[in-house]
Design a protein around this ligand. Structure first.
Ligand code: ATP
Ligand code: MG
Length: 421
């Protein structure tokens, strides 16, 4: 249950040696009480010593009120982010330091564990979710690993600290966090006790806020092991608690292979395309508390007809002109994945398309008014007709050519009205 280790990667980590980190540690420890770095920065550096994360978590026995007094007096700028949870944020030289007072769990009401402040680093480690997230290190880079997190990390094991079912009942978000961290650090087979607990407690997900679910999903889907993790999300019945239809894992796999840089919403749309209709998508977007822009993007990505990923340059430029580059790029990515277009081919085409600057259509309603076409649907129809022609001509016709085209259309209309003979 214990283990103190002077660890080279940590001792030499850039973030631990950085002057701003030294200054903050010195300030936190000025009254003789030890402070430590915890969580992600320790974990990630053990895997990759070159990492220099800008978001750093610190733990201290100092109470938040005292931090709020002492740190500003020493010249640190504090942002009282989560004061009621005992967290203050210090922004220094571009880094975000989250300083959290040590805590222990005292009671639990299913949703959040009730916590109180503590002086004991091991108690604080015990209330963190996974062994790999429960490690800390002191100013010298000495590793404190009370639950075997380092061995788990190196072996690709994501294990709960303590009894999985109980830990999940304290906070059901930990179900999604399990899959998120497994997708990033896990190697198969996943911990059976954790999987069993996630399956048994899946119903608790109904109580979570959409924001928290979204925060975890948006980090799970882009993770390197998202596909095997999603298979487990499906197999444990966790998916069924999030959305009523099964995920299209094959489409997801094809998308990730063809467009590895696809972001989380594009990945989500691949999981749902063809499975959820518009109403279902809107409901899911509302459940996740997506912004209106995100909701519209998900809807477009999951329902719009797919373009031909191998169409000629002109046709793809017209797609960019109509949808804007980001949406055109994303639809082409899904389409390329569906058609088995190699990742290299897609990348090269998108790089070219990204340089395309959609030209401005040279006509406006005023040009038609000036020719005596009254405001109304006919004006709109004529303008659209010239615009489609201009698009089909590869955006090359200039203003004069567009006006000439308009005159041809007007003449044709007049001819039709006059009738034959
Ligand atoms: P990332 O690099 O993905 O941000 P992280 O380890 O920093 O990884 P966070 O979600 O930012 O992950 O949480 C920071 C730390 O706080 C975790 O490492 C973990 O120790 C603890 N933690 C966060 N959320 C929970 C939770 N719901 N239950 C228990 N511990 C948690
Ligand atoms: Mg973090």
């Amino acid at each position: 249950m214990s283990g103190v280790d002077l660890d080279r990667p940590l001792a030499e980590a850039r973030w631990l040696r950085a002057p701003e980190s030294r200054a903050l540690l010195a300030a936190l420890e000025a009254e003789g009480r030890e402070a430590r770095f915890v969580g992600g920065c320790v974990r990630d550096t053990l895997l990759d010593p070159e990492l220099d994360p800008q978001d750093l978590d610190l733990a201290t026995p100092e109470r938040p009120e005292r931090l709020m007094e002492r740190l500003p007096a020493l010249g640190f700028h504090l942002v009282p982010t989560g004061l009621k949870h005992g967290t203050v944020t210090v922004i220094l030289a571009g880094r975000h330091f989250e300083v959290t007072t040590l805590r222990r769990d005292v009671a639990c009401f299913g949703r959040h564990a009730e916590v109180e402040f503590s002086d004991d680093f091991e108690e604080d480690a015990a209330r963190r979710d996974f062994t790999i997230n429960a490690m800390s290190c002191d100013r010298e880079g000495r590793l404190f690993d009370y639950f075997g997190g380092r061995a788990d990390l190196l072996a690709g094991r994501v294990r709960f600290v303590g009894e999985p079912r109980q830990r999940i009942r304290e906070d059901y978000l930990r179900i999604l966090r399990f899959f998120r961290f497994w997708a990033r650090f896990g190697r198969p087979p996943a911990d059976p006790a954790a999987l069993e607990a996630c399956a048994a407690e899946a119903a608790g997900l109904d109580r979570l806020s959409g924001e928290r679910i979204r925060a975890e999903l948006s980090r799970l889907l882009p993770a390197p092991g998202a596909l095997p993790a999603l298979k487990l999300v499906e197999a444990t019945g966790v998916r069924a608690r999030l959305v009523s239809v099964s995920f299209d894992l094959d489409r997801f796999a094809r998308l990730v292979a063809t467009a590895p840089e696809a972001d989380w919403l594009l990945r989500l749309s691949a999981l749902l395309r063809g499975r959820l209709d518009r109403t279902g998508l809107l409901a899911f977007a509302a459940r996740l508390r997506l912004s209106n822009l995100e909701r519209d993007r998900l809807l477009a990505l999951a329902t719009l007809e797919l373009p031909d990923p191998l169409a000629g340059r002109g046709e793809q430029e017209r797609l960019v002109y109509r949808l804007g580059f980001p949406l055109a790029r994303d639809l082409l990515s899904i389409a390329a994945a569906e058609r088995g277009v190699p990742a290299e081919t897609l990348r090269a085409r998108l790089a070219e398309l990204a340089r395309f600057v959609p030209p401005r259509f040279p006509l406006a309603g005023a040009d038609l008014l000036a020719r005596g076409v009254p405001q109304g649907p006919r004006l709109g129809r004529l303008l659209e007709a010239v615009r489609s022609w201009w698009e089909a001509e590869g955006f090359r016709p200039d203003r004069a050519a567009c006006l000439a085209r308009l005159d041809v259309l007007l003449a044709a209309e007049a001819g039709a009205r006059a009738g034959p003979g």
